[in-house]
Design a protein around this ligand. Sequence first.
Ligand SMILES: NC(=O)c1ccc[n+]([C@@H]2O[C@H](COP(=O)([O-])OP(=O)(O)OC[C@H]3O[C@@H](n4cnc5c(N)ncnc54)[C@H](OP(=O)(O)O)[C@@H]3O)[C@@H](O)[C@H]2O)c1
Length: 329
Amino acid sequence: MEYRTLGSSGLQVSPICLGTMTFGTPVAEPEAIRLVHESIDLGINFIDTANSYEGYDRVVGSSGGVAEKILGNALHDRRDRVVLATKVCSPLGPGPQDRGLSAAHITRELDRSLENLRTDYLDLYIIHWPDRLTPLETMLEAMDRAVRQGKVRCFGSSNHTAAQLCEMLWIADVRRLMKVVASQIPYSMLTRHFHNDLEFCAAHDISVTPYQSLQGGLLTGKYKRGAAPPAGSRAAEKPEWVATTDDALHDRLEALGELAKEAGVPVVQYVLAWTLDQPAMTSLVYGTKRIEQVRDAIAALEVKIPEAHHERIDELFPRPWRQADPIRG
Ligand SMILES: NC(=O)c1ccc[n+]([C@@H]2O[C@H](COP(=O)([O-])OP(=O)(O)OC[C@H]3O[C@@H](n4cnc5c(N)ncnc54)[C@H](OP(=O)(O)O)[C@@H]3O)[C@@H](O)[C@H]2O)c1
């Protein structure tokens, strides 16, 4: 496994990051622990969770902590072998302090995450969502304090635009606070609305760690036109977590299948390799239920997308519209 540097942190991470959103249900604790151990044995050293994750049982405002506790049990005797990330911001209860990025919530949730994860430090602490009620400066001060206390090594953002990252960098610079090192955004062939932010991240040493690059499994080639979803798949078990398909989408997915066939690789590997080829991409946050799927993801690291395919992929899955720069063209 070739490791990559996470932003300006100096931390070395595998290009595949193990996502844990399915831990609890449908991936029960013993299977989840096995999956973590086997993934580490295969060379994966980057693991992503969130204080709110509790598998398919999650509803907005439920108390979370399930995936973190499972991970804590999986990692207690091998903590130093992984770069461990968790997140804060999502609502965890009905109270006004049960969500967001205030110093009160971050401080409380950081201690709870450390306890759940059975560790005394996080490698990467991620702000899960923007919080319009808390100024970025307040959040940055709370993160900076956590780093100085030794509870957090570095911090990242999730679901923030380049403009918000730019403001974070600017405040951190002026106030001499910790800089954001990584950005976790949704990014796949079907979800490219953050595409124009990637160059900004590359220019400012912010690693992009995209999530849902398989669009919940839709970009694996396993969902066929007119056929019921395969047994045990997400669309069969939790349909609301997979976008609905129609004929137009099936046309595009079938065309994608043809491209992968031309390249001589399975669709999953083709899609993951293409995603990692985009600017600033450092490590894909990969959802999985089985170690065979992890092997597929690792195999994708050897795949090279033929040069001529990039334009054809852009035609099938267009980038967002971009206004021409009047000075630079
Ligand atoms: N920051 C955020 O706001 C945010 C939001 C969502 C997710 N995330 C993170 O991103 C991770 C990934 O999200 P995700 O799981 O929704 O998206 P995903 O990676 O696009 O989809 C993963 C799903 O695709 C299927 N799959 C994976 N590999 C496969 C293979 N080789 N062959 C066939 N099917 C395969 C599996 O589902 P089945 O086998 O069940 O079909 C798997 O659970 C999460 O675990 C979480 O850590 C972050």
